[in-house]
Design a protein. Sequence first.
Length: 74
Amino acid sequence: MEEYRNYYLRCRAADWFYDYSDDHRVWEKGQKEIYGLMREAYDDNVKQRIYDEFRKYVRGERERPTSEEFGYEV
């Protein structure tokens, strides 16, 4: 359970909008960070759900995910 809470917190802190940066260093850092979160979620259904909800947020399909949606208090 703590593992998923930590994953959620890392997703919440991630720069999901790195793609809009004019600074290539910021873009590279953000791309690496999000790619790492995606790889980590690949074989874990709970992490994949958290990741997918943040992706929906980035695409403007929903509000920012909250910890309560996943059963965690932050």
